[in-house]
Design a protein around this ligand. Structure first.
Ligand code: FAD
Length: 453
């Protein structure tokens, strides 16, 4: 008897409950991945290339026995299940809007078993609830309840005893794992499960103890850089959580993983928030972007706003497919509150360029910054891009690393290039807007459209 293990956001073999479930029910397991145009279409080059590299790594781990096919999963998955005579198809649950609809349609088409075991989260979204059964709207009580709910230890997946079906023996049209799309020079981290575990070992040894103090500093390598691996499930968060003690570094890291779980939980309860404001009072705020919104947006995308920390972040995104969390918050606030551009525009740009682009984390962090989400930073708390730069990039190394025009400026003077002479500033632009003025304008719009309702 055969079972199908349909891989999606779980591109690993260790700590894989769905693999355990498949191996438990059948003598042999067919490893399947479906190239689904509806997911490939909107993804940017860094995320796609990383996805394909993870698939190559997985195929290697499986001795070339990963069956890759192209098509609509609703047609393809049942056809393959028939082709190998499978009694059941196994998945890790996908809890984002498209994945949920797709899986419901596949289950219906299969007419039999689509068995979901586990999810990309320590606690499956939807499980942690208030005593009255309603979802949490605020992070801190959610994270407390999440900790209390707890999770199982990592699943001991014995891959060695799994007998994988060799797809060469099946009469099916096999697709190649696509070549990388043009990355335009963006360098990606090593892909796959082994690389993920190596990154985790490195971070545990060198970064975790100081994480609490260094995580907000974009000028130092103070964070784990695990986000692309978590995005594709090269490592399960439970594997990480099982290694964490109770010192400040570990506690702080656990708290960040809790944010990831919180946003997934919010999206599970409110799939509409992938596109729309969680708090609908904010709909009025951006209902009509100003006439110069397009050109301001372009300047922001290119990293030519004249605010060094914003430009450094936007260029890090373009050239590395990644941006430091503190700077993600600063550039997002700048777009929404200084340039008065809808958060959805910025979120789309991030999803196109981030190697870790993840619908729940991205859309809900954008909303958190914009003030329209759950437990959001209040709209009137507006980041000052200059003081943020001075505080979190105190000697200006982050700016100099990403903005070559400012490389000759020593120390923290790099955060206020408008104070320098034209010769010193060179090609670097003057600020496109005056933060103090736009801050007032943001508050005015907020007062007019949001609070008076
Ligand atoms: P670490 O500091 O080492 O954190 C460890 C892990 O915790 C991360 O890998 C991530 O999985 C999780 N995490 C940390 N902070 C957050 C957070 N605020 N929200 C959710 N999870 C978090 N993260 C994504 O994975 N994908 C996105 O598309 C994404 N978009 C974002 C957009 C905006 C506007 C903002 C402000 C944040 C966004 N984040 C996103 C969250 C965060 O910036 C990244 O997870 C983090 O920078 C990844 O780097 P790291 O792995 O070194 O993080």
């Amino acid at each position: 008897r055969c079972a199908v293990l349909w891989f999606r956001r779980d591109l690993r073999l260790a700590d894989h409950p769905a693999l355990l479930a498949a191996a438990d029910r059948a003598d042999t397991v067919l490893a399947l991945y479906v190239l689904d145009e509806r997911l490939i279409g909107p993804a940017g080059a860094p995320r796609l290339a990383f996805n394909y590299r993870c698939l190559r790594a997985l195929d290697e781990q499986l001795g070339g026995r990963l069956l890759v096919v192209r098509g609509d999963p609703v047609d393809v998955v049942p056809a393959l299940a028939r082709a190998c005579g499978a009694a059941s198809v196994h998945i890790s649950a996908d809890t984002a809007p498209y994945g949920r609809e797709r899986d419901a349609a596949v289950a219906k088409a299969l007419g039999g078993d689509l068995v979901a075991t586990g999810s990309p989260y320590a606690v499956t979204p939807g499980r942690v609830r208030k005593q009255d059964g309603t979802p949490y709207r605020v992070f801190t009580p959610f994270s407390r309840a999440w900790l209390q709910h707890g999770w199982r230890g990592p699943a001991a997946t014995d891959v060695a005893i799994t007998r994988w079906v060799d797809p060469a023996n099946l009469d099916v049209e096999r697709a190649a794992i696509p070549a990388d799309p043009d990355l335009g020079g963006v360098e990606l981290p090593d892909a796959g499960e082994e690389a993920a575990l190596a990154a985790w070992r490195r971070f545990r040894a060198d970064g975790l103890a100081d994480y609490d103090e260094r995580r907000d500093r974009p000028d130092v390598d103070g964070t784990s850089m695990l986000s692309p691996y978590l995005r594709w499930g090269c490592v399960h968060p439970r594997t990480l959580l099982a290694d964490l003690g109770s010192d400040p570094g570990a506690t702080s890291f656990r708290n960040e993983l809790a944010w990831r779980e919180f946003h997934a939980d919010v999206l599970w309860h409110r799939p509409d928030t992938a596109r729309r404001n969680y708090d609908e009072r904010f709909d009025a705020l951006w209902w009509q972007p100003g006439p110069d919104a397009e050109s301001l947006f372009d300047t922001w995308r290119e990293g030519r706003t004249g605010y060094p920390i914003v430009d450094a972040g936007m260029r890090q995104l373009l050239h590395h497919g990644w941006m430091h969390n503190r700077v993600r918050m600063v550039v997002a606030s700048f777009l929404v509150k200084d340039l008065h551009v809808p958060w959805q525009w910025g979120a789309r740009h991030f999803m196109r360029h981030l190697v870790d682009g993840d619908l729940a984390s991205n859309q809900l962090n954008w909303q958190w910054v914009a003030g329209s989400g759950t437990d959001a930073a209040p709209y009137f708390r507006i980041f000052n891009p200059t003081t943020q730069g001075q505080k979190f990039d105190p000697v200006g190394d982050y700016v100099r690393a990403h903005v070559p025009e400012l490389r000759g400026i020593a120390g923290k003077a790099v955060h206020e290039p408008w104070r320098l002479s034209e010769a010193e500033r060179g090609d670097y632009p003057l600020p496109i807007v005056d933060h103090a003025v736009e801050r007032q304008e943001a508050l005015r719009r907020y007062g007019e459209h949001v609070t008076r309702r």
